[in-house]
Write a protein that binds this ligand. Structure first.
Ligand code: AN7
Length: 370
């Protein structure tokens, strides 16, 4: 017989004592979460023996991105509140996740996407799950403004990260990291778009500390794309541009909370160029065997940029004093937010296409240099 209690049943079941759910909440889950924390052998070597780098591979969630953690909460609470329809604006992953969870709940899902600027895999997901997909002539920020306006006046629940349940669900990723390491990481590196995820992680770490599950807090290191870096530059970007379409966002909804996470943790929010993102994207696939979408590679591009700048090797004023004690190996966790298969076009564009040869042994062996 199957013992339901021994099966992993998703983040709400696992972390319900930290989440705003009751016995009455209908749990809509695809068993999201429980993603691997993969040691990054190549990157760890690059950083030197004082550091160990880990990859939190959020691309292994049911719809291929971290959004599922927030969406199981947002859709479950929408159902508890008897909502019959949900709406989001999206650069792609939120819409894929909302469409999947709404279909599981049997409610309507409407998504607004910036026309021409979402990766094909994500669009296919929203469509196959039966969402009403509307491509708008504008960017993500315009689409979000519209979604806010409509959901204010009509009986439709907004499931962008302005919905506080999204943040609640997403914070469980920080719990998983601490549970795996048996402590908080020293640094956490992540991409920043609409800034919901950095807000969620920081909330999670602080709550775990309060619950005495961890004793320290990580420094939060966030990275925006150079052409879409409003937080770094200090003003909204009217026409954000980057190949990392997931984070092509010029006016993040959780801007203030992201600054708070940065400042309270004594971390930083910086930017990386599209070239740095693509180099990191290829390096991660070629050296670590991990395939992510370009936005997720901003984490690794950021890590490499900081390493190059010497951020990790000088004795620092921003470090806790370890007087008299041997410094232990420091843990750096990079969040890989979405799977590479979301955007296969980008991979093929980044690498040479395969060479066509005649179908015979001699030609193959010649190509191989035998
Ligand atoms: C792969 O799907 O905003 O800073 O509408 O898909 O929490 O916005 C996606 C964002 C990073 C940035 N990595 O996270 C959307 C959307 C990937 C993403 C981000 C997104 P936030």
């Amino acid at each position: 017989m199957n013992n339901q209690k021994t099966l992993y049943q998703g983040i709400i079941n696992k972390y319900k004592r930290y989440l705003p759910v009751t016995g009455k909440t209908p749990i809509i889950s695809l068993n999201e979460g429980n993603t691997p924390l993969i040691p990054a052998t190549y990157l760890s070597k690059l950083l030197g023996k004082e550091y160990r780098v880990y990859l939190k591979y959020e691309g292994l969630n049911p719809t291929g991105s971290f959004k599922d953690r927030g969406m199981t909460m947002a859709i479950s609470k929408a159902c508890e509140e008897k909502s019959k329809a949900v709406m989001c604006a999206s650069t792609g992953n939120t819409s894929a996740s909302a469409a999947a969870y709404a279909s599981r709940a049997g409610i309507k899902c409407i998504v607004l996407i910036p026309k021409g600027n979402i990766a094909l895999g994500k669009l296919s997901q929203a469509l196959i799950h039966g969402a009403t997909v509307l491509a708008v002539n504008g960017n993500f920020d315009d689409a979000l403004a519209l979604a806010k306006e409509i959901t204010k006046d009509y009986p439709i629940t907004l499931v962008n990260s302005l919905n506080p349940y999204r943040i609640e669900g997403q914070k469980t990723a920080s719990f998983e990291i601490c549970d795996a390491l048996q402590m908080a990481p020293d640094y956490q590196v992540m991409p920043v778009g609409n800034a919901g995820n950095i807000t969620a992680y920081w909330k999670g770490y602080k709550e775990y500390k309060k619950a005495f599950k961890i004793r320290t807090l990580p420094k939060m290191l966030g990275f925006q794309a150079e052409g879409a870096a409003p937080i770094v530059r200090g003003y909204p970007i009217k026409k954000p541009e980057t190949i990392a379409t997931a984070i092509r966002i010029g006016n993040p909804a959780s801007w203030k909370q992201a600054e708070k996470a940065r400042d309270e943790s004594k971390g930083l929010i910086d930017m990386v160029s599209d070239k740095e993102i693509l180099d990191a994207y290829k390096l991660l696939a070629a050296k670590e065997g991990v395939y992510v979408e370009p936005a997720s590679a901003a984490s690794i591009a950021g890590l490499l940029k900081l390493a190059k700048r010497g951020y990790f090797d000088k004795p620092k004023s921003h470090e806790p004093c370890l007087s008299g004690r041997q410094a232990r190996t420091k843990n750096i966790v990079c969040i890989l937010t979405g799977h590479g298969l979301k955007d296969p076009d980008r991979a093929i564009k980044s690498i040479k296409e395969p060479k066509t040869i005649k179908i015979n042994k001699k030609d193959v062996l010649k190509e191989l240099g035998y």
